[in-house]
Design a protein around this ligand. Sequence first.
Ligand code: ZN
Length: 221
Amino acid sequence: MGKQRVAVQPASGSLSARAGSPFSVSGLGPPGSHAPRVDKVPPMGPDDLRIGHGYDLHRLEPLPPAGAGRALVVGGVRLEHDRGPVAHSDGDVLLHAVTDALLGALGEGDIGQVFPDTDPAHAGRDSADFVREAVGRASAGGWRVASLDATVILERPKIAGAKGRIRETLAGLLGVDVSRVNVKGKTHERVDAVGEGRAIEAHVVVLLVRDDGEGDLERVD
Ligand SMILES: [Zn+2]
């Protein structure tokens, strides 16, 4: 169990437990009803947080010999389908969006700059390598992942049965508990390229927190 640093009452309106920080919201609601309980919390400010957004899309084509699609892999998990992404690497749309979210939070550009698709070294490459590189850059910069939320938009197959494995794979790559990772699947209501099964999209947001080396933030009630 991690070090107990933050005590947050689950009452609605309790947006922050950090009295005195820029995120403090004491004074909201009736007196006493939402008052956050604070236990010896070191000051945390904007310099301790970074948020990043990632987006990716890949065209889906039939698998060879009918087309140029690669096997469909989403979040490191293989999905059975008669189409797959056209890509220089393995075409894992979700891991690409995760990588871009991490690089974005770090202010280090995007996946195309760090891993150019003109580089033969990246041909067919396991996209987990890209995430590992981005996580390594975060660690080197003194950051760790607080949470990640992802949406995969794919008409078929449904990812519902794979979401648990995708979450576990992402959590493993990010070095966090699976509870800090969320994966949502949506269709595109049969409209446009994604809805017609000709493309797959992913959106990701990630929150990084300054890693002070004192372990995990622990939520206690
Ligand atoms: Zn991509």
